[in-house]
Write a new protein. Sequence first.
Length: 51
Amino acid sequence: MKKYTDKELAAMSQEELKALQEKALEENKLLGQQIEKILANSSHPTAVDGK
């Protein structure tokens, strides 16, 4: 996801900011699920390697 400067964010409309916030939350949720899956498999390293 693109990183925005404070100046770029300040130039956006409320609607744009809300849409961007929702996208960021969704991406963080997906990343969190991905990390959870890896942590759950950490006791079985071969599951992560796909072997």
